[in-house]
Structure formats: C-alpha cells, structure tokens
Design a protein around this ligand. Structure first.
Ligand code: PEP
Ligand code: MG
Length: 338
C-alpha cells in the first residue's frame, strides 16, 4: 500500500521540471494542527472554523476566535493558513443558531448565504477576529504593539468563503471587509488585510470562475460539494454514493473550466476537497492546472512525494486524455486506478 509509505519531506516541493505546487493540509480541529506540521504540510489550505462553534451553547467571542486563529498561524510561521468562514447549514447544524428545517438543506441557506443573512453579526465578529489575528503576520510585521504574547513569527492568514454562487456575494463581503477594517482603523486596533478567496463548490461558481478571479486572490475547489452539485447526487446518500465521484467527466471538466478561467491572471487556484488528498490523483490534478493541493493530514507526505515525481508536461497530457474521456471507467483507466 503506497498510500501510507512516503516519508515526511521538509520544505516545499516542485515537479521534476521545477513547477511549484503547494501541498497544504485540511484541518477541522486545533488538535490536527501539530500533526499537519509534523507531516510536512506547507500550510493549512482549509481550516474549517466550524469547530469553534460546535458543541457549545453560545458562539465564541472575538477574543476567543482571534486566539484560535493565531495559534494556527504560529504553527506555520513560513506558511499560509486559509481560514474558511463559518459554513453551517446543509449537513452542519449548530443548535444555538436556530437553523430552519429545510426540505433540502444542501440547496438551502448554508455557508455564505447565512453569513450575509441571519448570521451577519457572527460573520462580522469572525472577520474582525480574522483581520486582527493576521496583524503582524507574514513579512509585513515587525511592530512592537501586537497583542501576541509569545512574540513568535506568524504565517500569512487568508480568508475563504464557502458556498459562493453569485458575484453579489463577493461584492457584499468585500464591502463588509472594508467596513470592518475602517472600524478597526478608527479604534486604533492593529489588523492586517488578509489574502481573500472563495471556494468553488457550486457549478455557478465554476461557471463564473473568471469573474470571481478578477475579484479575489485565490479560488479553492471544494470537490466534495462540487461533485454533489454537478452530479446532483447527495453527499450522504448511500444509494447514489457511486455517483458521488469526482472522476466523472462532468466533474473533471468543471474543474478544468475553473483552472482555465484563472489562467493568465494573478489568481491562484487550489483544491481542498477530498480529491486533493488522493496521491493516485496528484499527477492528474497538476495536469488540470492546480497550483495548490490541500490534503487530509495523513496523506500530505504521499501527495508531496507524488508532486516531486511528476513531470508537468506528462501531467498535462494525462489530463488532456482524461478530459476527453466520456465515462468514469475510461477516466479510471487513463489515470491508472482500479
Ligand atoms: C468541499 O465541499 O469540498 C469542502 C472542502 O468543504 P466541506 O467538505 O467542508 O463542505
Ligand atoms: Mg463544502
């Protein structure tokens, strides 16, 4: 079993022909941060901030959130930590938020839709905490008055929005970000504007990827939800589990549509769905044009190993063949998996 074998690699990896591919980790709880470091992740490509809000009676305040984000940043002084804003609704209920019963929660009020609606206050608090957590991070630091008691170097903070399907959502969030920043300015509170990105996990976002890329620093493809929505097959429904496979041609072509839309722009494109953590798919994903792969913590070393064995040109040729395939069986054969 190759998928458990690779040894931990320190530092960044490139393909054999020198193309840098960032390999980050998906983290859902603070206890996973240290293992992500130990396994050689370049950073956190998806920090699911839901953990802060689960299993309690009231939401965390700004200070508690700031401390949580800072400790992740401190674990990756040379890396980037992508904090995804609260993604509730769908399969992720939170008792005190009074989420409405929905006949079809996955098509309901979830992710950014709640953050710009009933959870607007929580969203603003979270953004304040994120902007403050990023103060003194990265290369722009050096001030004495950071309230980071440790004084340790911090990585770069990025903020990412879940479940985006409209340009209007991005415009609204940019306005909220500006207003939060101007409040912090007026109050003389140190903060930093984070890198800003959106998840591509709805077909709408993939279709609009070029327009999104003009407005954000990065896109990160969430294949768990993207597959569910492209294939119209529920994530959790066993009866359609076979359809929930990102190797279906329709999903692969949607991924390529996304990376192509950002080609030639400054917007980088990552992937943080489970697909990114499968070492058997690393070459294909490089060929599809991904700049960053955020894998589950355990597979980070294997994905890094695969990156460093991959030739970009061969990967591109492999991806072209996979994109031309009409069935999932053909794709599997081309990629060389069972
Ligand atoms: C995804 O949908 O692919 C994703 C990474 O987000 P989550 O699994 O948390 O919905
Ligand atoms: Mg998702």
């Amino acid at each position: 079993d190759e998928s458990a074998g690779a040894s931990v690699r320190e530092g960044r990896v490139t393909t054999t022909d020198g193309r840098a591919v960032e390999v980050a980790a998906n983290v859902g709880r603070p206890v996973e941060v240290d293992p992500a470091v130990e396994r050689g992740a370049d950073g956190i490509g998806l920090y699911r901030t839901e953990f802060l809000f689960l299993d309690r009676d009231a939401p965390p305040d700004e200070a508690e959130q700031m401390a949580a984000y800072r400790s992740a940043l401190a674990a990756f002084p040379e890396g980037r930590v992508v904090c995804r804003t609260l993604d509730v609704g769908g399969d992720k209920p939170i008792p005190y938020l009074d989420l409405p019963e929905s006949e079809n929660p996955f098509l309901g009020e979830r992710g950014i839709r709640r953050s710009l609606g009933p959870d607007a206050d929580l969203f603003e608090t979270q953004l304040r905490a994120l902007l403050r957590a990023g103060a003194e991070s990265g290369d722009d630091g050096g001030g004495e008055d950071a309230d980071d008691e440790t004084g340790a170097a911090l990585g770069d903070l990025a903020v990412m929005l879940p479940m985006v399907s409209r340009i209007e959502e991005v415009e609204s969030v940019l306005a909220v970000l500006e207003s939060v920043a101007s409040d912090l300015d007026s109050a003389g509170v140190p903060y930093a504007m984070p890198e800003f990105g959106v998840m591509v996990e709805t077909p709408a976002a993939a279709t609009l990827a070029g327009d999104l890329a003009e407005r954000v620093d990065f896109l990160s493809i969430g294949t768990n939800d993207l597959t569910q929505y492209v294939m119209a097959a529920s994530r959790g429904d066993e009866r359609v589990a076979a359809l929930h496979d990102p190797l279906y041609p329709a999903v692969l072509r949607t991924i390529r549509q996304t990376t192509r839309a950002a080609d030639g722009t400054d917007c980088w494109v990552g992937m943080c769905g489970e697909m990114a953590g499968d070492p058997a798919l690393t070459e294909l994903l490089i060929g599809l044009g991904l700049d960053e792969l955020s894998a589950s913590v355990v597979t980070v070393p294997d994905v890094k190993a695969r990156v460093s064995e991959t030739d970009s040109e061969a990967a591109r040729a492999l991806a072209e063949r996979a994109l031309a395939a009409e069935t999932v069986a053909e794709v599997r054969e081309i990629v060389g998996i069972e």
